[in-house]
Structure formats: structure tokens, C-alpha cells
Design a protein around this ligand. Structure first.
Ligand code: ATP
Length: 298
């Protein structure tokens, strides 16, 4: 795997606040990495270090093999911070031209304005001043700008915050297309379904530490429990079967949290207790996220 960005033994302090503590992270070519963590976990700080906006208190950060503070190391990097200020009197097309102008001599050149606008659903807005855009339209433009220099690595900090459901899905599609076309992407989000929809690898950060870094499937499997949902007139007796950790009402049925769903189903059948419409499912990313972040905070 070719490494595009690495953090090795990185600690970052803001005065007394330790925002990151001994973090290791490697972003390889062609990855689409989802970064999750509660508010204040350290995600934005890590992205700021990877793009040379901050320098670690301890440890090493490399971008394309160089120091991210050197402009030359950042030529193949695109990013959208959590908040962007756009010049309000410039038109959308002018802003794209302006930012794109920085990349005309970049190794891969720049994406033509019309093409970028088409990709991010901005074509109808090219002549509109950015001050007259809605919050969602501004966000779409900010994300589009990250891609104007045909970057090899793109860091997106909460790209879809403030977008409605359609806007969010449209942006996911655009991000996926950019990834399929070769871009390596790191995306932070508070929307777990966004990470589930986009990411192949999930990095969970809690209180400045990486508490999970694995494939989405492996992170889900880290939560050892499964849910067995069924309809029954006798939920209380089923809840006393061996291996049941919890039971909660679920629609017109009951969901039982168990560690070994096969053993539970065998015990259920052997018990002779009545049931119907049995379904088994694994943990959701939300459950995995809560379990991982609670465990690290404990
Ligand atoms: N400029 C700063 N000065 C002082 N403390 C800061 C600064 N920036 C961040 N912090 C602190 O560092 C910690 C990590 O913040 P960071 O913004 O990296 O978290 P985050 O995971 O991106 O959070 P969120 O999901 O809320 O955006 C927090 O405790 C935050 O208050």
C-alpha cells in the first residue's frame, strides 16, 4: 500500500488540553476512510495536522512523503474544513475559477469550472453571488472546491452538515464518483449512516485516541452482541433463556440482545415457547460507536 499521509506517535496539545494522544494513522492510496468521534474527540485537529495547518506537539506527520507545512507537499491535497468563508460578492463561477487558478500548474492540472459545477450540481448557480446561496448550496460549493485541483488525497470535515436528505445523498454520490475515479478520501461525520454509506474503513477517535481502525464489518463485529427480533405472547419467559443480555419492545414484537444468536435460537426452540417472525441482525454502527466510545471513556 502506498502511503499518502501518516501520523506517527502524534500528540497535540492546546495549552493544557491534550487534543490528541499518541495517535498513529496511515492513509493509503485509493482508500475511503470514515472518521468518527464525539464532539471534541480530536478529529479536526488530526485533519489540521495532516494538512500542515498545525504542527504536532510530539510525533511526526508526513504528507506525500514530505512535511505537510511545505506548499509542495500539499499540491495533490484537497480539503474542506468544517467552516468556510466564501467572498460574498463573488459569483460561484468566479470562486471556482479563483481557487482553480492555483492549480493550473499542478501535476494533474485543474478541473474546468463547468465540469466541476456539473459534478456537484452547481451549474444553475454559476452566476449567483455566493452571498445569495443557501447554507446547503454554500456547503456544496465548499466541498466542490476541494476537488478543483484533481487532488490525490481529499480531507472532508463534516461535508454534509446542514444539507437536506436529497442534498446529502447527491453529495455522497459525487464523493463516491470522485473516489471511483481515483481520489483517496478521508471524511469525518456525525451522521453514522453517512459513514456506513461511504466508508470502507472506519477510524473511531475518542478523547484524543484512536479506539478502532478497521473495516466497517470488523468494527461492527467488535460489538459482540446480536439482536434477535420476534413476535411472541410470552416475552418475559423468553427473556429468562440463557444468553439473553437485554430485551426491548420493537414495534409489535420484542428484540433480544444476545451474544450467540445460534445458541439462543436453539434454546428458544427447545423451550417450546411460542414465537413467530424471527429475525437476526448484527450491531449497527451507532451501537458499535457508542460501545467503543463509552468503553474508552470509562
Ligand atoms: N484552537 C484551540 N484552542 C484550544 N483548544 C482547542 C482548539 N481547537 C480545539 N481545541 C480542543 O481540542 C479538543 C479536540 O478538538 P477538535 O476540534 O479536534 O475535535 P473534533 O473531534 O473535531 O470535534 P467536533 O466533532 O466537535 O468537531 C477539544 O477539547 C477542543 O476543545
Amino acid at each position: 500500500m502506498t502511503s499518502l499521509a501518516t501520523a506517527t506517535g502524534v500528540t497535540h496539545r492546546y495549552g493544557d488540553v491534550v487534543a490528541l494522544h499518541d495517535v498513529d494513522l496511515e492513509i493509503g492510496e485509493a482508500e475511503l476512510v470514515g472518521m468518527l468521534g464525539p464532539n471534541g474527540a480530536g478529529k479536526s485537529t488530526l485533519l489540521a495536522l495532516l494538512q500542515g495547518l498545525r504542527h504536532p506537539t510530539a510525533g511526526t506527520v508526513r504528507l506525500f512523503g514530505g512535511d505537510p507545512r511545505d506548499a509542495a507537499s500539499r499540491l495533490r491535497l484537497g480539503s474542506t474544513p468544517q467552516e468556510t468563508a466564501l467572498p460574498p460578492t463573488l459569483r460561484v463561477g468566479e470562486v471556482i475559477d479563483f481557487v482553480g487558478g492555483h492549480f493550473v500548474d499542478a501535476p494533474a492540472g485543474r478541473v474546468p469550472t463547468a465540469e466541476l459545477a456539473e459534478e456537484f450540481g452547481l451549474t444553475e448557480l454559476l452566476r449567483r453571488q455566493t452571498g445569495a446561496l443557501s447554507g446547503g448550496q454554500r456547503r456544496r460549493l465548499s466541498v466542490a472546491l476541494a476537488f478543483v485541483g484533481r487532488p490525490q488525497l481529499v480531507l472532508l470535515d463534516e461535508p454534509t452538515t446542514g444539507l437536506d436528505v436529497d442534498g446529502r445523498r447527491a453529495l455522497w454520490e459525487a464523493i463516491r464518483r470522485q473516489h471511483d475515479a481515483g481520489a483517496t478520501i478521508v471524511v469525518t461525520s456525525h451522521y453514522l449512516e453517512e459513514i456506513e454509506a461511504l466508508a470502507k474503513r472506519v477510524v473511531v477517535i475518542s478523547e484524543g485516541r484512536v479506539v478502532a481502525d478497521d473495516t466497517l464489518a470488523a468494527v461492527l463485529a467488535r460489538v459482540g452482541s446480536r439482536w434477535v427480533r420476534l413476535s411472541t405472547p410470552d416475552p418475559d419467559r423468553i427473556a429468562t433463556l440463557p444468553g439473553v443480555a437485554a430485551s426491548v419492545p420493537d414495534g409489535d414484537g420484542v428484540a433480544f440482545s444476545v451474544h450467540d444468536s445460534d445458541a439462543f435460537v436453539r434454546a428458544l426452540v427447545a423451550s417450546g415457547l411460542p414465537f413467530s417472525q424471527l429475525q437476526v441482525r448484527g450491531a449497527t454502527l451507532e451501537e458499535a460507536f457508542l460501545a467503543l466510545t463509552e468503553r474508552s471513556a470509562a
